[in-house]
Design a protein around this ligand. Structure first.
Ligand code: ATP
Length: 301
């Protein structure tokens, strides 16, 4: 009888793996509904990445036709540059990330990478070019090594370890009794928010994409962990086109350009210094967050 059940057991395992893969993708973007299917045009060529310049040209988008979310958003990130998007909750920041990854199709305007409309290229090639460090990483019920290796098919152990070093989690993994073979996830070792984020960073390093989307965690990490992670993120975004979806302004100070999104429109843009000088929404948000951060530091001390 046991013989009979083994294949069923395996099927169950495969099913769980697939399902968890989907959960991971959904969690990446906090998808509530299943997105409408985005299909490739017949014979769509692969994206050809030269340097990874990313442009939004008058991008419009609505999940529901009656409720426009993005109302004509334009910006350009030169190859290797960093753009930060800030703004109040619900402004449409994470929606920008979903559109770049083509989870949804824009309803107006266009998004280009090195001059190619992302609707005209194959999704597989588009997604290969983009790495995402999501807000909250869902781990597979498997070893921590597997969870990192998942960043790229066929990655060897030495590459996994190099990525873990880059994400500053190698030391932690080595300190575990079973090292890279330690099981994590729901049925294994529970990782802290900061550790999970480092796993996501290591995965992304392994993927080595020319374009990076950092969807900053809203969940509170303590200030020290946050600073340490920030240093790692700064290092991996060097030489890559990076878009930071920011919830805390402390992380965007060094961005080449900051755009302030409010109710689906860019209402301010410029460097940190220029935006402070303009004394607008950004300056106000900055003052408020500085005060909050000071209070947190006092609490932690
Ligand atoms: P936060 O800072 O809180 O993460 P955000 O600026 O990233 O907010 P988005 O997640 O882009 O905001 O959401 C913008 C708007 O789109 C919100 O009003 C939200 O309710 C709506 N929205 C998001 N996802 C969906 C969806 N799958 N279906 C319908 N509406 C959605």
């Amino acid at each position: 009888l046991a013989q009979l059940f083994r294949p069923l057991d395996m099927l169950g395992m495969v099913y769980r793996e697939i399902r968890q893969g989907l959960i991971d993708m959904e969690a990446m973007f906090k998808l509530v509904d299943t997105p409408p299917e985005v299909v490739d045009q017949a014979g769509a060529p692969d994206l050809h990445v030269a340097g990874g310049a990313l442009r939004f040209e008058d991008v419009r988008f609505a999940y529901d036709p009656d409720r426009p979310i993005l109302k004509g958003v334009s910006f350009a990130i030169p190859a290797g540059g960093t753009l930060a998007v800030v703004g109040p909750s619900g402004a449409g920041k994470s929606t920008l990330a979903r559109l770049i990854y083509r989870f949804y199709e824009v309803t107006g305007g266009r998004i280009t990478i090195d001059g190619q409309d992302i609707r005209a290229v194959s999704q597989a090639s588009l997604r290969r070019a983009i790495g995402i460090v999501p807000q909250d990483t869902v781990l597979f019920n498997d070893t921590i090594g597997y969870n990192i290796a998942y960043g790229r098919d066929g990655a060897g152990q030495d590459e996994v370890e190099a990525a873990a070093k880059g994400a500053a989690i190698d030391g932690f993994i080595r300190s575990l009794p079973q090292g890279y073979d330690t099981r994590v996830g729901e049925r294994g070792l529970k990782l802290s928010g900061g550790e999970k984020q480092r796993v996501a960073i290591a995965r992304t390093l392994l993927k080595n994409p020319p374009i990076l989307i950092l969807d900053e965690a809203t969940s509170a990490l303590d200030s020290r962990t946050e600073d340490e992670i920030q240093t790692t993120l700064d290092a991996i975004s060097e030489r890559r086109t990076t878009i930071i979806i920011a919830h805390r302004l402390s992380t965007v100070v060094h961005a080449d350009e900051i755009v302030v999104l409010d109710a689906g429109r860019v209402v301010e843009r410029g460097s940190h210094a220029a935006l402070l000088e303009a004394r607008g929404i950004y300056a106000e948000m900055w003052a408020r967050q500085q005060a909050e951060r000071a209070a947190e530091l006092v609490e932690e001390a």
